[in-house]
Design a protein around this ligand. Sequence first.
Ligand SMILES: CC(C)(COP(=O)(O)OP(=O)(O)OC[C@H]1O[C@@H](n2cnc3c(N)ncnc32)[C@H](O)[C@@H]1OP(=O)(O)O)[C@@H](O)C(=O)NCCC(=O)NCCS
Length: 151
Amino acid sequence: MRADNSRIKIRRMSSEDIPTVMVIDRSLSGPQRAISWEVEADVEAEVYHPALSFIAELDGVAVGFLLGDIRGVKYGKDMKGWIDMVGVYPNYQNLGVGRKLVQTFCEVCERDRVDVQVLLREDDERLKKFFSTLDFSRGNIVTFVKEFRTE
Ligand SMILES: CC(C)(COP(=O)(O)OP(=O)(O)OC[C@H]1O[C@@H](n2cnc3c(N)ncnc32)[C@H](O)[C@@H]1OP(=O)(O)O)[C@@H](O)C(=O)NCCC(=O)NCCS
C-alpha cells in the first residue's frame, strides 16, 4: 500500500549518512537483495562518492537511499544520469519510497537535460519490473564477456 506522499521526504545524501546506508544495505541480504547489486552500498559510496545521491525519510526516519551520479566518461561519451544502486528497508518497501527516490533523481537529470540509465542483470526480473513501472525501457548497451575459469 502506498504511503501518503507528503510523509516521504527526499534529501541529498552527505558523508554523515554512510552509516545509515550501511545499515539499510545489510538489511537487504539473501533473497531480499537485488542480484544486480551485489557490491556493498557503503563501500560503493565511500569509494566512488556518487555525487547525485539521496536519502529518503518516512516520517523523519531514514528508510531508503539512492546512489547516483551524472557522468559521461563511462560507456560512451554522452553525459547520462547513472543510477548505481537503490535500497529501501524491507519493512518500508511497497510504500512508494523507491519510486520517489528515482523520480527525484530523474527530475534533476531532466533539468540538466540528461537521460537516466541503470545497469541491470538480464535475469533480474524484480528490478526490471520496478524500473519498467517507472517508465524506463530497455536501452541498447550489451556486454560481451570472455570468461577464464579455473576449475
Ligand atoms: C527495488 C526497491 C528499491 C523498490 O523500492 P520500494 O520502495 O519498495 O518501491 P515502491 O513502493 O516505490 O514501488 C514502486 C513501483 O515498483 C513496483 N515494485 C516495487 N518493488 C518491486 C519488486 N520487488 N518487484 C516488482 N515490482 C516492484 C511496485 O509495484 C510499484 O508500482 P506501483 O507504484 O505501480 O504500485 C526495493 O524493493 C529494494 O530496496 N529492493 C532491494 C534492492 C537492493 O538489493 N539494493 C542493493 C542493496 S542496498
